[in-house]
Design a protein. Structure first.
Length: 451
């Protein structure tokens, strides 16, 4: 979000990020920026990173919320005559008269620095990595078998859970760049060909056009191995092409996607380089008089089709593309116009109430305050879920047919029922494809200056 970047820059310049003040209260949302379902195969919990955007507290937080009590708590809302917009689910000692007490909803929480940019789970889902822009560092938090979070047994994550070892990098006159914004975490053995047990590797994209490679072997402090700093400025999220193994990184500065690769030459994973794999041009798209596009994210088709989906702010659209490996370009297969400020994208295969599965894209549009639902195989717009204060990150639980919207402005998680949409796709007579909000985790706390 441009506003977030501007405020971050001004606060950083003033030297005000070291806030010794109030600790973040437990069980509260404070400008959440990322949400992930855990475990991915059969979700039982929701992992949320809170950014502490307004610096109300001395840090942000990372919290696990249980999905188990939701059905009973949402039923309690309905029995109390509370509609989805008025159903506030809380788990704590002080529950308001118009709130529904939901015991067991809260699971675990740790405190990190302010301005988390994103989060990523390791392939085995036993560690969370969080790039933090205020400290220009990487935080890493272990996840126990029951889903509880652990920062060396402390609520506040200390030195044991932050930063990277730069010893090897300094010998090459390298250091971790500032302002990490995107993250990718992969298996060093499965994706880089290193021996089993080599742990994770982490790639960070940095706002000003750099990418850093970090090794994260089990039981050891992550180490910075290489930095490439000649990429396009204003980089965004990182996505891995499952066919080529190359990383695609969109940018707000020109209508191409940078690609980088990772090469390792050590069985112990103590050496590695990031190399420029060339850029991909999106053909057939009018980027306007300015001559450049503003892409935010790439998602590859979850079914293994040779297809990708690009979320763009200029023009405001979701592009369906096919890589043309021979020409280093992208063939445009289709596009769907979006609302203002497209921010995050997730693509999920759903059954849609029939044996025939449907693959849907969910797009948050922060500025126009809505979420777009798109059938990517047509492609066509199915529905727009409107009236969300500040939709940002999105997580879909296919089994429960629910969408979880990380509402940055209101500091809540919205729980949305996708059954009406799926019934509509299956041919129900109502013809109404718009999903319905069931309730919220937390109470809305919208701030006027963010509107």
């Amino acid at each position: 979000m441009p506003l977030a970047a501007l405020v971050l820059l001004s606060i950083s310049s003033a030297g005000c990020l070291d806030n010794p003040g109030i600790d973040p209260p437990a069980r509260e949302f404070n400008f959440p920026v990322a949400g992930r379902l855990w475990p991915a195969a059969a979700p039982t919990q929701l992992l949320v990173a809170n950014s502490n955007f307004d610096l109300r507290y001395n840090g942000g937080s990372l919290a696990m919320w249980s999905l188990g009590p939701l059905d009973d708590c949402l039923r309690a809302c309905r029995e109390a005559g509370l509609a989805g917009e008025d159903c506030y689910l809380r788990d704590g000692e002080q529950i308001g008269a118009d709130e529904v007490d939901c015991p067991g909803l809260f699971r675990s929480e740790v405190v990190i620095d302010s301005f988390a940019a994103d989060l990523a789970l390791s392939p085995d889902e036993r560690r969370v990595y969080i790039p933090v822009r205020s400290a220009s560092e990487l935080f890493y938090v272990d996840v126990a078998e029951d889903g509880t979070l652990d920062c060396a047994g402390r609520r506040v994550c200390g030195e044991a859970n932050r930063g990277v070892d730069e010893t090897a990098a300094r010998a090459l006159d390298l250091s971790l760049p500032v302002d990490p914004i995107g993250i990718y975490v992969g298996s060093a053995s499965a994706e880089l060909g290193l021996p089993e047990g080599s742990g994770d590797y982490v790639l960070l994209s940095h706002r000003e056009g750099a990418t850093s490679l970090i090794s994260a072997p089990p039981g050891a402090r992550p180490s910075l191995l290489d930095v490439r700093s000649d990429l396009t400025p204003n980089l965004a999220a990182i996505s891995r092409d499952p066919v080529s193994g190359l990383m695609w990184i969109p940018s707000a500065s020109r209508p191409v996607l940078d690609r980088i690769g990772v090469a390792v030459n050590s069985d112990s994973f103590d050496e590695g380089v990031v190399y420029d794999a060339g850029s991909l041009e999106l053909r057939g798209v009018d980027t306007g008089a300015t001559g450049f596009a503003d892409a935010r994210q790439v998602v590859f088709d979850p079914r293994g089709l040779r297809r990708a989906y690009i979320l763009s702010r200029r023009p405001r659209a979701l592009f369906v593309v096919a890589p043309d490996e021979g020409l280093d370009s992208l063939e445009l297969l289709g596009e769907v116009n979006l609302g203002a400020g497209p921010s995050r994208l997730t693509v999920v295969e759903l059954r849609a109430g029939t044996p025939e599965a449907r693959t849907l894209a969910f797009v948050s549009c922060f500025d126009s305050r809505d979420v777009y639902l798109i059938d990517v195989d047509v492609p066509r717009l199915i529905s727009v879920y409107r009236g969300v204060s500040g939709p940002f990150d999105l997580a879909v639980d296919p089994g429960k047919e629910r969408l979880f919207i990380t509402d940055f402005r209101a500091s809540v998680i919205r729980i949305v029922d996708l059954a009406p949409t799926l019934d509509c796709l299956a041919g129900s007579e109502s013809g109404e494809c718009t999903p319905v909000q069931l309730g919220m985790l937390g109470r809305p706390r919208a701030l006027e200056e963010l509107r």
